[in-house]
Design a binder for this molecule. Structure first.
Ligand SMILES: [Zn+2]
Length: 228
């Protein structure tokens, strides 16, 4: 008998305090086929990325397990005005289409911005939205979200707010470099990749360094061809 990859989870909304059901994917059913250079994973079968965002069916708040439960003064009022008062109660529970998944991330970005979540969290949401647009084949929208992910990662690097998460400085630097390269901004890509290369002897993050050197050589190769 085949096990369904889906299961339901009860979530308590961090804003209105009401409970709702959200669909999640069983870890044992997740199969990664390929990981792209910006860590986008391509799955066989169900894509767990579609189910990361919880959307409260009662008040419309969209959030992930990484959102803080703290609301800075005034932010609850802005959420009520901009999100909850326009929300027609409906559920995001059950199987999500790619379009619904994108909608859930875009809602989470708006809520996260109003709630003043960290730059690294907002960067992660924007990067995932870009990946979903890539899967949809909408490359202009992918670029738009890669741009905003990069801007948030740069702010995160400058303010150091990634330090409280699983992200490391090397990974943040790599993503700024790689997203810049994908956005055809080789000047910024070079600037951030070189920060990684400078640390190659002192850092223990061998995989990131190896990857950077590979991309670096590839970029230099491309440049030589252009000059010739
Ligand atoms: Zn709620």
């Amino acid at each position: 008998m085949e096990i369904t990859p889906y299961y339901n989870k009860q979530i308590t909304c961090i804003h209105c305090g009401k409970n709702f059901t959200t669909t999640k994917i069983r870890k044992s059913t997740i199969k990664v086929l390929e990981t792209e250079s910006d860590f986008h994973q391509i799955y066989q079968g169900v894509n767990p990325l579609y189910y990361n965002v919880f959307v409260c069916e009662h008040c419309g708040l969209a959030f992930t397990s990484e959102f803080s439960t703290y609301f800075a003064p005034g932010t609850k009022e802005i959420l009520v005005n901009r999100i909850c008062s326009n929300w027609k109660p409906h559920s995001f529970n059950g199987e999500r289409t790619l379009e619904q998944a994108i909608q859930s991330y875009q809602l989470a970005i708006i809520c996260g911005e109003i709630k003043k979540e960290s730059h690294v969290l907002l960067a992660g949401l924007a990067l995932r939205t870009a990946w979903l647009y890539r899967e949809l084949g909408k490359l202009d929208w992918e670029s738009r979200f890669l741009e905003s992910a990069r801007a948030e990662y740069i702010d995160s690097y400058l303010h150091g707010d990634y330090q409280r998460t699983a992200m490391t400085e090397m990974k943040v630097l790599f993503l700024i470099g790689e997203l810049s390269r994908r956005l055809n901004d080789s000047e910024t890509a070079t600037k951030y990749f070189s920060k990684i290369i400078e640390q190659q002897r002192s850092s223990t993050e061998i995989a990131i360094i190896k990857k950077t050197i590979e991309i670096w050589q590839e970029m230099r190769g491309e440049k030589t061809i252009e000059i010739n």
